[in-house]
Design a protein around this ligand. Structure first.
Ligand code: AMP
Ligand code: GLY
Length: 423
């Protein structure tokens, strides 16, 4: 079969690698793709938000299945456009992708269906938000309602900071229309865990757990980024925690979406915090995590095409979703200065070392071809993933492999997976 992948980051590279392993697949296309994805897929110069062009391409090339990696096209309704054209596509429709696309929607859903999450209020009026803050407890968390590249969350320690936050989100529109509405929620503490799951509208099957590192600098300092590294599984996601989440979070979320007439098919990424009062939902995403996919997919034993097709067909209950009994760590190699200001266009050396190295992967996030060479083309450049028998071994292997590649302004965190030592 012919598969089209929509996106251009490390997550889409991991998806392409996973799809390429399937014996059912003859040809892979990726729009727009990157220099690493080009190893498995023919990259097509159509942007992820050009739905009509993508659908026309899929028709012309007789694409059997399209897999969407990114949030913006899903929230924008790419699945509805493809379905209208009679094309097979994996992901939630627009009315279900709102689970990620509107934080106010997802908070109201959790409240209505008693799914554990931080206490909150939604606001569409800046004055009302300011008045609420006068009586609030600090720290407090402000969230722009819409998509904001993972940056629309502000943790404020004082009333002054929070008021500045309301001003920048709702009045100065720092995150654009994403800030037309805002959630103000209770600050929680605890370990964070990412649990990704496949969903077919009724059945939910979770993948192995992972943990991201969102801040730019060691010790969880610096600005929030798209994610600087991950490990999988999370030692804090115990059997007891899993059992609680299955009963109170995972299935209830899928059932709630169905009850609302917003049947969800695709990936639900549960961003969880393990608080003293039990696991609570921090956020939902409607897609694979990036860089969670880079540690979860290399450990997946089940053919990704089988699972994805079962989600579309509503037969996920018949799939045996299996993961390897090992561990993986991904360390992101970024351009120094990310996520604010960084230079691009530097040649990358040493990529060939990953060829035929079992258990080591170099997923491209921001790269492109220039004059026959692969050069840096983004804030996050590469995700270096390695497997190991356990988390410590995987971490050692991943950090060793970060030395195999060189480029000017290479930057990484040195403490990815530090939490493993506290487990
Ligand atoms: P989100 O995009 O909602 O996952 O938020 C980004 C990050 O902000 C999360 O990964 C948490 O580290 C932090 N965060 C979000 N909501 C809260 C909360 N209610 N309490 C504490 N930290 C939070
Ligand atoms: N790594 C977090 C995300 O993909 O949203």
């Amino acid at each position: 079969m012919k598969v089209l992948i929509v996106g251009s980051g490390g997550r889409e590279h991991a998806i392409a690698w996973s799809v390429a392993k399937s014996e059912k697949v003859d040809k892979i296309y990726c729009a727009p793709g990157n220099a690493g994805i080009a190893e498995y897929a023919a990259c097509v110069d159509i942007a992820a938000m050009e739905f009509e062009k993508l659908a026309a391409f899929a028709k012309e090339e007789n694409i059997d299945l399209t897999i969407v990696g990114m949030d913006d096209p899903l929230v924008g309704g790419i699945v509805d456009v493809f379905e209208r054209e009679g094309l097979r596509i994996f992901g939630p429709r627009k009315n279900a992708a709102i689970l990620e696309g509107s934080k106010a929607f997802s908070k109201d859903l959790m409240k209505k269906y008693n799914i554990p999450t931080a206490g909150y209020e939604n606001f569409t009026d800046a004055d009302a938000a300011m008045a609420y803050l006068e009586k609030a407890k600090f720290p407090i968390v402000l969230k722009a309602d819409g998509l904001a590249l993972g940056k629309g969350v502000l943790i404020c320690n004082t009333l002054e900071e929070a008021k500045d936050g309301v001003r920048s989100i709702m009045m100065d529109k720092q995150f654009g229309t994403a800030g037309n509405c805002m959630v103000i929620e209770e600050f929680m503490t605890g370990r964070e865990v990412s649990v990704l799951s496949f969903v077919d509208g009724k059945t939910v099957k979770t993948m192995t757990s992972a943990q991201d590192h969102k801040r730019a600098k060691d010790g969880d300092k610096g600005l929030n980024t798209g994610g600087m590294g991950t490990f999988s599984p999370s030692p804090f996601y115990t059997k007891e925690v899993e059992a609680f989440c299955e009963k109170h979070i995972f299935q209830p979320t899928v059932d709630a979406m169905r009850a609302e007439g917003r049947e969800f098919k695709g990936i639900i990424f549960f961003g969880l915090m393990l608080t003293e009062d039990g696991p609570k939902v921090l956020e939902y995403n409607a897609r694979f995590g990036d860089p969670e996919a880079q540690v979860v997919l290399p450990r997946m034993k089940t053919d990704i095409i089988d699972v994805v097709e079962a989600c579309i067909d509503g037969t996920l209950d018949e799939v045996n979703l299996e993961f390897e009994d090992n561990a993986a760590v991904c360390v992101v190699l970024a351009s120094d200065g990310y996520p604010v200001k960084y230079e691009k266009g530097y040649p990358i050396e040493g990529l060939e070392k990953f060829k035929d190295q079992d258990g080591y992967y170099c997923f491209h996030a921001g790269t492109k071809f220039q004059d026959g060479k692969i050069v840096t083309n983004g804030g996050r450049v590469l995700g270096i993933t390695a497997k190991g028998a356990d988390l410590k071994e995987a971490r050692k292997n991943a950090y060793a492999a970060t030395e195999w590649v060189q480029f000017a302004n290479k930057y990484k965190r040195n403490d990815i997976g530090k939490a493993i030592d506290e487990a």
